[in-house]
Design a binder for this molecule. Structure first.
Ligand code: SF4
Length: 332
Protein backbone atom coordinates (compact mmCIF):
# COMPACT_ATOMS: atom_id res chain seq x y z
CA UNK A 1 0.00 0.00 0.00
CA UNK A 2 1.25 3.52 -0.76
CA UNK A 3 2.26 6.01 1.87
CA UNK A 4 -0.04 8.97 2.15
CA UNK A 5 2.51 10.77 4.31
CA UNK A 6 6.26 10.51 4.35
CA UNK A 7 8.40 12.73 6.55
CA UNK A 8 12.10 12.68 5.78
CA UNK A 9 14.90 14.05 7.96
CA UNK A 10 12.72 16.86 9.27
CA UNK A 11 14.35 19.49 11.47
CA UNK A 12 12.26 22.25 13.06
CA UNK A 13 13.81 24.95 15.23
CA UNK A 14 12.60 27.74 17.44
CA UNK A 15 14.86 30.68 18.08
CA UNK A 16 14.07 31.79 21.62
CA UNK A 17 15.66 34.16 24.13
CA UNK A 18 17.14 31.10 25.83
CA UNK A 19 18.77 29.96 22.62
CA UNK A 20 17.99 27.75 19.64
CA UNK A 21 15.57 24.94 20.40
CA UNK A 22 15.58 21.96 18.08
CA UNK A 23 11.98 20.90 18.66
CA UNK A 24 12.02 18.27 15.91
CA UNK A 25 15.35 16.68 15.11
CA UNK A 26 15.90 14.52 12.00
CA UNK A 27 12.49 12.88 12.17
CA UNK A 28 11.53 10.20 9.67
CA UNK A 29 7.98 8.91 9.75
CA UNK A 30 5.58 7.44 7.24
CA UNK A 31 1.89 6.69 7.27
CA UNK A 32 0.13 4.31 4.91
CA UNK A 33 -3.12 5.17 3.19
CA UNK A 34 -6.00 4.38 5.56
CA UNK A 35 -3.76 3.49 8.53
CA UNK A 36 -3.50 5.12 11.95
CA UNK A 37 -0.23 5.97 13.67
CA UNK A 38 -0.14 6.94 17.33
CA UNK A 39 2.55 9.50 18.12
CA UNK A 40 3.34 9.11 21.81
CA UNK A 41 5.54 11.09 24.16
CA UNK A 42 5.61 13.38 27.16
CA UNK A 43 4.76 17.06 27.01
CA UNK A 44 7.63 18.89 25.33
CA UNK A 45 8.69 15.92 23.18
CA UNK A 46 7.95 17.84 19.97
CA UNK A 47 4.72 16.07 18.98
CA UNK A 48 2.65 19.20 18.38
CA UNK A 49 5.49 20.88 16.50
CA UNK A 50 5.73 17.84 14.23
CA UNK A 51 1.96 17.91 13.67
CA UNK A 52 1.91 21.60 12.88
CA UNK A 53 4.84 21.16 10.50
CA UNK A 54 2.77 18.73 8.41
CA UNK A 55 0.20 21.48 7.86
CA UNK A 56 2.95 24.10 7.63
CA UNK A 57 1.53 25.96 10.60
CA UNK A 58 4.87 26.70 12.25
CA UNK A 59 5.08 30.45 12.45
CA UNK A 60 8.21 32.49 12.03
CA UNK A 61 9.32 34.01 14.32
CA UNK A 62 10.20 32.05 16.40
CA UNK A 63 9.80 28.68 14.61
CA UNK A 64 10.70 27.36 11.17
CA UNK A 65 11.29 24.18 9.25
CA UNK A 66 15.05 24.24 8.78
CA UNK A 67 15.44 21.20 6.56
CA UNK A 68 13.85 17.96 5.48
CA UNK A 69 10.83 17.08 3.43
CA UNK A 70 7.18 16.24 4.09
CA UNK A 71 5.60 14.31 1.24
CA UNK A 72 1.84 14.13 1.04
CA UNK A 73 0.83 11.68 -1.71
CA UNK A 74 4.26 12.24 -3.24
CA UNK A 75 4.06 16.06 -3.14
CA UNK A 76 6.69 17.82 -1.02
CA UNK A 77 4.70 20.19 1.20
CA UNK A 78 7.83 22.07 2.21
CA UNK A 79 8.41 23.11 -1.41
CA UNK A 80 4.96 24.30 -2.53
CA UNK A 81 3.51 27.83 -2.43
CA UNK A 82 1.31 29.03 0.44
CA UNK A 83 -1.57 29.20 -2.04
CA UNK A 84 -1.20 25.51 -2.87
CA UNK A 85 -0.81 24.67 0.80
CA UNK A 86 -4.09 26.47 1.58
CA UNK A 87 -5.89 24.17 -0.84
CA UNK A 88 -4.40 21.11 0.85
CA UNK A 89 -5.34 22.27 4.35
CA UNK A 90 -8.89 21.18 5.06
CA UNK A 91 -9.41 19.58 1.62
CA UNK A 92 -6.74 16.90 2.00
CA UNK A 93 -5.27 17.25 5.48
CA UNK A 94 -7.17 18.45 8.53
CA UNK A 95 -6.13 18.96 12.11
CA UNK A 96 -8.03 18.65 15.36
CA UNK A 97 -6.36 20.91 17.87
CA UNK A 98 -5.98 20.14 21.57
CA UNK A 99 -8.38 22.61 23.04
CA UNK A 100 -11.88 22.84 21.55
CA UNK A 101 -12.56 25.91 23.69
CA UNK A 102 -10.03 27.98 21.75
CA UNK A 103 -10.50 26.35 18.33
CA UNK A 104 -13.98 27.80 17.82
CA UNK A 105 -15.04 31.36 17.12
CA UNK A 106 -17.15 32.41 20.15
CA UNK A 107 -19.22 34.96 18.23
CA UNK A 108 -20.26 32.77 15.30
CA UNK A 109 -22.90 30.03 15.37
CA UNK A 110 -21.48 26.54 15.06
CA UNK A 111 -23.55 25.96 11.92
CA UNK A 112 -21.95 28.99 10.26
CA UNK A 113 -18.46 27.87 11.32
CA UNK A 114 -18.92 24.47 9.69
CA UNK A 115 -20.68 25.68 6.54
CA UNK A 116 -18.05 28.39 5.97
CA UNK A 117 -15.33 25.76 5.86
CA UNK A 118 -17.38 23.71 3.40
CA UNK A 119 -18.15 26.74 1.20
CA UNK A 120 -14.49 27.84 1.08
CA UNK A 121 -13.01 24.42 0.35
CA UNK A 122 -15.65 22.83 -1.83
CA UNK A 123 -16.78 25.94 -3.72
CA UNK A 124 -20.46 25.02 -3.36
CA UNK A 125 -23.52 27.26 -2.98
CA UNK A 126 -24.50 28.37 0.51
CA UNK A 127 -27.59 26.12 0.35
CA UNK A 128 -25.43 23.09 -0.47
CA UNK A 129 -22.93 24.05 2.24
CA UNK A 130 -25.77 24.30 4.75
CA UNK A 131 -27.11 20.92 3.72
CA UNK A 132 -23.71 19.30 4.19
CA UNK A 133 -23.19 21.15 7.49
CA UNK A 134 -26.38 19.54 8.81
CA UNK A 135 -25.29 16.09 7.72
CA UNK A 136 -21.89 16.64 9.39
CA UNK A 137 -23.61 17.62 12.64
CA UNK A 138 -25.73 14.48 12.43
CA UNK A 139 -22.61 12.41 11.75
CA UNK A 140 -20.93 13.66 14.93
CA UNK A 141 -24.07 13.11 16.97
CA UNK A 142 -25.34 16.68 17.27
CA UNK A 143 -28.92 17.58 16.46
CA UNK A 144 -28.78 19.83 13.34
CA UNK A 145 -31.42 22.03 14.97
CA UNK A 146 -28.61 23.26 17.23
CA UNK A 147 -26.76 24.77 14.26
CA UNK A 148 -27.91 28.24 15.32
CA UNK A 149 -26.35 27.87 18.77
CA UNK A 150 -23.06 29.48 19.79
CA UNK A 151 -20.05 27.57 21.21
CA UNK A 152 -20.73 28.73 24.79
CA UNK A 153 -24.06 26.89 24.65
CA UNK A 154 -22.25 23.55 24.21
CA UNK A 155 -20.44 21.33 26.70
CA UNK A 156 -16.71 20.54 26.24
CA UNK A 157 -17.47 17.20 24.57
CA UNK A 158 -20.00 18.78 22.22
CA UNK A 159 -17.51 21.52 21.28
CA UNK A 160 -14.92 18.86 20.46
CA UNK A 161 -17.53 17.13 18.26
CA UNK A 162 -18.03 20.43 16.44
CA UNK A 163 -14.25 20.74 15.98
CA UNK A 164 -14.19 17.19 14.58
CA UNK A 165 -17.09 18.04 12.25
CA UNK A 166 -15.12 21.05 10.98
CA UNK A 167 -11.97 18.94 10.54
CA UNK A 168 -13.87 16.27 8.60
CA UNK A 169 -16.22 18.59 6.70
CA UNK A 170 -14.23 18.27 3.47
CA UNK A 171 -13.55 14.52 3.77
CA UNK A 172 -9.79 14.88 4.31
CA UNK A 173 -7.54 11.99 3.37
CA UNK A 174 -5.41 12.59 6.43
CA UNK A 175 -6.52 13.68 9.88
CA UNK A 176 -3.97 14.96 12.37
CA UNK A 177 -5.53 14.80 15.83
CA UNK A 178 -3.46 16.52 18.50
CA UNK A 179 -4.54 15.19 21.91
CA UNK A 180 -8.19 15.38 20.82
CA UNK A 181 -9.52 14.27 24.20
CA UNK A 182 -7.12 15.94 26.63
CA UNK A 183 -9.41 18.84 27.45
CA UNK A 184 -12.44 16.61 27.94
CA UNK A 185 -14.00 14.82 30.89
CA UNK A 186 -13.09 11.15 31.12
CA UNK A 187 -16.68 10.18 30.39
CA UNK A 188 -16.63 12.08 27.09
CA UNK A 189 -13.16 10.92 25.95
CA UNK A 190 -14.28 7.45 24.88
CA UNK A 191 -17.22 8.87 22.95
CA UNK A 192 -15.00 11.25 20.99
CA UNK A 193 -12.45 8.51 20.20
CA UNK A 194 -15.24 6.17 19.09
CA UNK A 195 -16.51 8.91 16.88
CA UNK A 196 -13.11 9.35 15.19
CA UNK A 197 -12.81 5.58 14.77
CA UNK A 198 -16.26 5.27 13.20
CA UNK A 199 -15.63 8.16 10.87
CA UNK A 200 -12.32 6.64 9.79
CA UNK A 201 -14.04 3.38 8.97
CA UNK A 202 -16.74 5.22 7.05
CA UNK A 203 -14.52 7.67 5.14
CA UNK A 204 -11.23 5.72 4.93
CA UNK A 205 -9.33 8.62 6.50
CA UNK A 206 -5.70 8.08 7.57
CA UNK A 207 -4.93 9.23 11.11
CA UNK A 208 -1.96 10.63 12.94
CA UNK A 209 -3.09 10.55 16.56
CA UNK A 210 -0.97 12.49 19.00
CA UNK A 211 -1.30 11.48 22.61
CA UNK A 212 0.58 10.65 25.77
CA UNK A 213 -1.87 7.85 26.51
CA UNK A 214 -0.82 4.36 25.40
CA UNK A 215 -4.31 3.04 26.13
CA UNK A 216 -5.78 5.45 23.59
CA UNK A 217 -3.19 4.30 21.05
CA UNK A 218 -3.97 0.62 21.68
CA UNK A 219 -7.60 1.19 20.85
CA UNK A 220 -7.20 3.40 17.83
CA UNK A 221 -3.92 2.82 16.01
CA UNK A 222 -2.10 0.14 14.02
CA UNK A 223 1.34 1.70 14.38
CA UNK A 224 3.12 3.54 17.16
CA UNK A 225 5.89 6.14 17.06
CA UNK A 226 7.54 7.03 20.38
CA UNK A 227 8.95 10.54 20.49
CA UNK A 228 11.47 11.89 22.97
CA UNK A 229 13.26 15.26 22.99
CA UNK A 230 12.44 15.94 19.35
CA UNK A 231 13.29 12.49 17.98
CA UNK A 232 11.41 9.32 17.11
CA UNK A 233 13.28 6.86 19.29
CA UNK A 234 11.16 3.79 18.54
CA UNK A 235 8.62 2.92 15.87
CA UNK A 236 6.70 -0.22 15.02
CA UNK A 237 3.38 -1.96 14.65
CA UNK A 238 1.07 -1.80 17.65
CA UNK A 239 1.78 -5.45 18.38
CA UNK A 240 5.55 -5.02 18.20
CA UNK A 241 5.61 -1.98 20.45
CA UNK A 242 3.27 -3.50 23.00
CA UNK A 243 4.80 -6.98 23.00
CA UNK A 244 8.41 -6.34 22.13
CA UNK A 245 9.33 -2.74 22.95
CA UNK A 246 13.08 -2.24 22.77
CA UNK A 247 13.86 1.28 23.88
CA UNK A 248 14.30 1.94 27.63
CA UNK A 249 12.05 5.00 27.37
CA UNK A 250 9.24 2.92 25.86
CA UNK A 251 9.79 0.38 28.63
CA UNK A 252 9.47 3.21 31.16
CA UNK A 253 6.23 4.40 29.57
CA UNK A 254 4.74 0.93 29.91
CA UNK A 255 5.96 0.57 33.49
CA UNK A 256 4.32 3.85 34.41
CA UNK A 257 0.80 2.69 33.56
CA UNK A 258 -1.21 0.43 35.88
CA UNK A 259 -1.85 -3.14 34.72
CA UNK A 260 -5.19 -4.81 35.23
CA UNK A 261 -3.79 -8.18 36.30
CA UNK A 262 -1.22 -6.80 38.76
CA UNK A 263 -1.81 -5.41 42.21
CA UNK A 264 -0.43 -1.90 42.18
CA UNK A 265 0.74 -0.20 45.31
CA UNK A 266 2.69 2.49 43.54
CA UNK A 267 3.07 3.40 39.88
CA UNK A 268 6.63 3.49 38.58
CA UNK A 269 7.15 6.85 36.90
CA UNK A 270 10.19 7.43 34.69
CA UNK A 271 12.66 9.15 36.99
CA UNK A 272 13.71 12.69 36.07
CA UNK A 273 12.28 15.15 33.59
CA UNK A 274 12.38 15.75 29.87
CA UNK A 275 15.59 17.75 29.25
CA UNK A 276 15.51 21.48 28.58
CA UNK A 277 15.22 21.62 24.77
CA UNK A 278 17.56 24.63 24.70
CA UNK A 279 20.18 22.67 26.60
CA UNK A 280 20.01 19.04 25.54
CA UNK A 281 22.43 16.48 26.95
CA UNK A 282 25.28 15.14 24.86
CA UNK A 283 25.09 11.64 23.45
CA UNK A 284 21.75 9.91 23.91
CA UNK A 285 19.24 12.54 25.05
CA UNK A 286 17.58 10.02 27.33
CA UNK A 287 20.78 9.07 29.17
CA UNK A 288 20.22 11.19 32.34
CA UNK A 289 17.02 9.17 32.95
CA UNK A 290 18.09 5.78 31.64
CA UNK A 291 18.90 2.98 34.07
CA UNK A 292 20.86 1.16 31.36
CA UNK A 293 23.09 4.11 30.40
CA UNK A 294 26.75 3.26 29.83
CA UNK A 295 29.80 5.36 29.10
CA UNK A 296 29.12 5.45 25.36
CA UNK A 297 25.57 6.77 25.93
CA UNK A 298 27.00 9.92 27.52
CA UNK A 299 28.96 10.96 24.46
CA UNK A 300 27.76 9.15 21.34
CA UNK A 301 24.38 9.73 19.70
CA UNK A 302 22.90 6.30 18.98
CA UNK A 303 21.99 5.39 15.43
CA UNK A 304 18.61 4.07 14.36
CA UNK A 305 18.39 0.31 13.87
CA UNK A 306 15.75 -1.12 11.59
CA UNK A 307 14.53 -4.63 12.27
CA UNK A 308 13.09 -6.76 9.50
CA UNK A 309 9.45 -5.99 10.18
CA UNK A 310 9.83 -2.21 10.07
CA UNK A 311 10.33 -1.93 13.82
CA UNK A 312 13.01 0.70 14.47
CA UNK A 313 14.87 1.61 17.65
CA UNK A 314 17.52 4.18 18.44
CA UNK A 315 19.60 2.84 21.35
CA UNK A 316 23.18 1.69 22.04
CA UNK A 317 21.88 -1.09 24.26
CA UNK A 318 20.10 -2.71 21.34
CA UNK A 319 23.37 -2.61 19.38
CA UNK A 320 25.27 -4.15 22.28
CA UNK A 321 22.77 -6.92 22.95
CA UNK A 322 22.59 -7.85 19.30
CA UNK A 323 26.29 -7.57 18.63
CA UNK A 324 25.80 -4.73 16.15
CA UNK A 325 28.56 -2.46 17.37
CA UNK A 326 30.67 -2.61 14.27
CA UNK A 327 29.93 0.43 12.14
CA UNK A 328 27.11 1.48 14.50
CA UNK A 329 28.96 3.24 17.31
CA UNK A 330 26.95 6.41 16.79
CA UNK A 331 28.39 9.89 16.53
CA UNK A 332 29.18 12.80 18.79
FE1 SF4 B 1 19.69 4.23 27.55
FE2 SF4 B 1 22.01 4.29 26.29
FE3 SF4 B 1 19.86 3.34 25.05
FE4 SF4 B 1 20.08 5.93 25.55
S1 SF4 B 1 21.39 4.74 24.19
S2 SF4 B 1 18.31 4.71 25.87
S3 SF4 B 1 21.12 5.93 27.52
S4 SF4 B 1 20.89 2.49 26.86
Amino acid sequence: MDNILEIKDLIVRYETEDGVVEAVNSVNLSLRQGAAVGLVGETGAGKTTLAKSILRLIQWPPGRIVSGQIFYNGKDLTAISEEEMCKIRGNDISMIFQDPMTALNPVMTIGKQISEVIAVHEKVSSAEAEEKMKSMLTMVGIDPQRAEDYPHQFSGGMKQRVVIAIALACNPNLLVADEPTTALDVTIQAQVLDLIKNLREKLGTSLLLITHDLGVVAQNCEYVAIMYAGEIIEYGSLREIFKNSLHPYTEGLFNSIPKLHEAVNRLKPIEGLMPDPANLPQGCKFHPRCKYAKEICLTQIPVNFELEDGHTVCCHRYAEENDLWEGAEGHE
